[in-house]
Design a protein around this ligand. Structure first.
Ligand code: SF4
Length: 648
């Protein structure tokens, strides 16, 4: 039996780019989505939402068999009944095959319920934007259920079919503690249920999950043109064309564009697995491996014109000219570098008069910012998580939880200190209010300037302020906590300074390719700054008379730079110490993916592990220790950035 069916996930992949159908499922091609699937499912909670959605119905029957033939046969048997609810119903029509999360049959009526880990707010229910189009955040979910509805219509043309998305409702609070922990995810993406006997999980599913009727939008998608890279088509034409190409394993010619930037079929040139990305670009442009040594327009910083450049056959950054940019002045003014000026640095290189040895640094701009700051400087970083299913009673789906922060200080004499830290990862203990209270205590001893990297800290604090306001049983110091948050967030008297925004305005290193993440900027600064290299090649960090540290204390101290190596990245050194953040059985990330750990995704995952898993005490302590070290390095990295800029 032919098993090359167009499924819902392949259909969505094809809307992203039809050429992907040729690579999908082939083990000889690298697929980053496969590798990240465990991490992604933990982070997004899709399997958990799917498992909870089954409790919206009583007496449903699950098709457990995974093979096409058997699952289709079992579904057909069940559909002979007048009334039935089927989980994972298997439906085939021509070259199409779908597994419907929940299919309810009542006489001649068929209802599809598709569970999605997408936040929905029943108080703001609109899925359409101001101009009547479908909001982009819902589009792929709606296209997915439209595909299922369309296949079902073909298979059962005489039935009345209606469709519902099932999504966690942000407007509802969990009525029980530990909902998330009742749906434990295993390595192979199975969900193990741990529902205590006194919990009415059917009731909780009705509370937390919204069933949203989407028939109108589904029929609009079926009848409207379907847009995809390089073309548009009537829905049924596109579906049939793609199903045919997939069944025959024919590659649909690549339409190169900005969407290639996030192509999951990408490996390094010369890597073990084939790279679909390189194949597409080589076949379309007649390129060789060498062509990829030069930066592509896909790498251009913060540009919305990548499609336009590619349409104009400009594939490499070096092909761009001044005419490809809107009018701009090459000399940065008092406002620092604009996005266009940064892009132009990528294209044309750093002008000679500004080149400080492979990097650009606008010291006057930096000093102007610095003149507004007060010592001691406070550098802070948060680790947070948000999950589809709440961990605690009275929490809403996707409510942010602050569970950890690190805090370094830098005083006017240049003294650095890991001044404070907070972590609360104990199972069942709601951390956010304790987190803000500890932060308030850490920052309220003086009026020094507080620094963050990017928006995250501001967003989280505003989220916690909202929770405090909504909490029916707030803590006694609610007003103090709210006032503290007001003062240090945007618009407050002691508004945190965003070092990332400052970096984008005043610092550019050829090594960073225009990017501004702390994990990219820090190694670039180690290359640029003799001060950093000299200071941190000495084992002063955590040493008895060196820089005080909570998590790197040792008699001999710790060095972050080895002059005999060409490693300029302290995060690489830390990586060796941080494997415990990963779930058991997950292999080490390769270098390209270090950022996944370092950007905090692994911290959220570690938090979930600590809430879920029956870990022995030793493992629990090791994971906690890794979390503490990572977060400490994040705020130390921010200190290093300021020190480097101070000394350039
Ligand atoms: S490289 Fe581009 S064209 Fe090729 S599969 Fe990926 S997204 Fe599609």
């Amino acid at each position: 039996m032919n098993s090359r069916y167009l499924t819902k996930s392949r259909f969505i992949s094809a809307i992203d780019c039809p050429t992907k159908l040729f690579y999908v499922g082939k083990t000889e091609y690298k697929n980053l989505n496969n590798e990240d699937s465990f991490l992604a499912s933990l982070a997004q909670g899709g399997y958990q939402v799917g498992a909870l959605a089954k409790f919206l119905f009583k007496d449903g029957v699950e098709i457990l068999d995974k093979s096409h033939e058997t699952s289709i046969r079992l579904t057909e048997e069940l559909l002979k009944k007048d009334n039935v609810v089927i989980y994972e119903a298997a439906i085939k029509f021509n070259n199409f095959f779908i597994r419907v999360d929940i299919l309810e049959k009542k006489g001649n009526q068929l209802k599809i319920f598709e569970a999605k880990a997408k936040s929905y707010n029943s108080l703001l229910p609109d899925m359409e934007g101001a101009r009547g189009g479908i909001k982009s955040e819902y589009l792929s979910y709606l296209q997915d259920i439209t595909f299922q509805t369309w296949v079902l219509q073909q298979a059962f043309p005489k039935s009345e079919i209606s469709s519902f998305l099932v999504m966690p409702n942000k407007a509802k609070n969990a009525e029980i503690d530990g909902l998330n922990q009742m749906f434990k995810i295993t390595q192979d993406n199975k969900v193990i249920l741990r529902i205590p006997s006194d919990v009415d999980i059917y009731k909780e599913a009705q509370v937390i999950l919204a069933k949203v009727a989407v028939d109108t939008l589904v029929s609009r998608i079926i009848n409207g043109p379907l847009l995809y890279p390089g073309n548009q088509d009537v829905f049924s034409n596109a579906a049939n064309k793609w199903a045919d190409a997939y069944a025959k394993d024919i590659k649909i010619p690549a339409a190169l564009g900005k969407h290639c930037k996030t192509c999951e079929f990408k490996s390094e040139v010369g890597g073990e697995l084939k790279s679909g990305f390189h194949e597409c670009w080589k076949e379309t442009l007649n390129w060789t491996d060498k062509d990829f040594n030069e930066p592509l327009v896909l790498d251009l910083y913060n540009s919305r014109r990548k499609d336009e450049y590619i349409e104009n056959q400009k594939y490499k950054i070096k092909q761009l000219t001044r005419d490809d940019f809107k009018e701009f002045n090459e000399d940065p003014g008092v406002e620092g570098l604009s996005a266009t000026q940064r892009q132009w640095l990528q294209v044309d290189g750093i002008p000679k008069e500004y080149d400080q040895g492979g990097f650009y640094f606008d010291k006057p701009f930096y000093l102007l910012q610095k003149s507004k700051w007060n010592y001691p400087y406070h550098l802070i970083d948060f680790e947070t998580t948000k999950t589809a299913l709440p961990f605690y009673k009275d929490m809403r789906p996707y409510q942010s939880i602050g569970f950890q922060f690190s805090h370094h200080t830098l005083d006017a004499d240049g003294n650095v200190k890991h001044a404070n830290e907070f972590i609360c990862v104990e199972p069942g203990e709601f951390p956010s209010y304790k987190f803000v209270r500890a932060l308030m205590n850490a920052l309220s001893n003086d009026n020094g300037t507080i620094f963050r990297w990017s928006h995250h800290e501001n967003t989280i604090l505003n989220g916690i302020r909202e929770e405090l306001n909504l909490d029916p049983e707030p803590p006694e110091d609610k007003e103090d906590l709210i006032e503290f948050i007001r003062i240090i967030t945007k618009g407050g008297e002691r508004d945190m300074v965003d070092l990332c925004a400052i970096s984008s305005k005043c610092f550019f290193h050829e090594y960073t390719n225009g990017r501004n993440s702390l994990k990219v900027v820090l190694p670039a600064l180690f290359k640029a700054s003799p001060f950093l290299r000299d200071t941190y090649s000495n084992p002063i960090y955590g040493a008895p008379n060196g820089i005080p540290s909570f998590n790197f204390k040792s008699d001999t101290g710790f060095a972050w730079f080895d002059p005999s190596s060409n490693n300029y990245d302290p995060y690489r050194i830390l990586k060796i110490l941080a494997y415990d953040l990963l779930p058991a059985g997950v292999e080490e990330f390769d270098d390209e993916e270090v950022s996944i750990i370092a950007e905090g995704g692994a911290a959220a995952m570690a938090y979930a592990r600590l809430q879920f898993e029956d870990l022995d005490n030793e493992t629990r302590l090791r994971i906690k220790d890794s979390l503490l070290r990572y977060c400490e390095l994040d705020t130390l990295a921010m200190v290093m950035v300021v020190q480097a800029w101070d000394h350039i």
